[in-house]
Design a protein around this ligand. Structure first.
Ligand SMILES: CC(C)(COP(=O)(O)OP(=O)(O)OC[C@H]1O[C@@H](n2cnc3c(N)ncnc32)[C@H](O)[C@@H]1OP(=O)(O)O)[C@@H](O)C(=O)NCCC(=O)NCCS
Length: 140
């Protein structure tokens, strides 16, 4: 069930959509593990940007990020009537890129060497999902 907090979603709630057997023995249901949401709304062109942070490292790799990304897409397209949801991911974050791909995001471009961190330049990958793709994915 989606539980709006402003225009953000509590990731913990996203986790409740996973089947019980996929949960770790010590269920994460009783604590906040991170947050995610949409921002940068352009209502004329009907797009917004997605962001997510699971701060609790022991919660990584259980599928919560993918699940939350899917939930937010559903919320963005079905409830907010957006046409495009996009995101930025750094090239040194393959875990995030993989989770987004599983959720349905496709890469649409690269901001080359757009980030300077710890003495090196890094690319920022731009990914997005269009409304048509989302609907095709759901019916396919
Ligand atoms: C990025 C993040 C949202 C992903 O959520 P998550 O719950 O850990 O991810 P999921 O378990 O849904 O999926 C991760 C996938 O990446 C894969 N993966 C993990 N490490 C990987 C690596 N080094 N290279 C490639 N794939 C990797 C996993 O195997 C899994 O794919 P699979 O299901 O096909 O096996 C979460 O880890 C997070 O918040 N990290 C810290 C903050 C951050 O990076 N935010 C995103 C900024 S763009």
């Amino acid at each position: 069930m989606l539980k709006p907090v402003g225009l953000s979603m509590v990731l913990l709630v996203a986790a409740t959509t996973l089947p019980a057997q996929s949960l770790p023995p010590d269920s994460l249901f009783d604590r906040l593990i991170g947050n995610c949401g949409l921002f940068g709304f352009d209502w004329k062109n009907r797009f917004a940007e997605f962001g997510i942070l699971i701060g609790e490292k022991d919660a990584w790799g259980h599928g919560y990020g993918t699940d939350a990304a899917r939930l937010i897409l559903r919320f963005g397209f079905d409830e907010l009537n957006l046409n495009r949801v996009w995101l930025r991911v750094y090239d040194f974050n393959p875990r995030a890129g993989r989770a987004y791909k599983k959720a349905g995001y496709v890469q649409e471009g690269i901001y080359r060497q757009a980030l300077y961190r710890e003495g090196a330049y890094h690319d920022i990958h731009v990914m997005s999902v269009l409304r048509d793709e989302w609907q095709a994915q759901r019916s396919g």
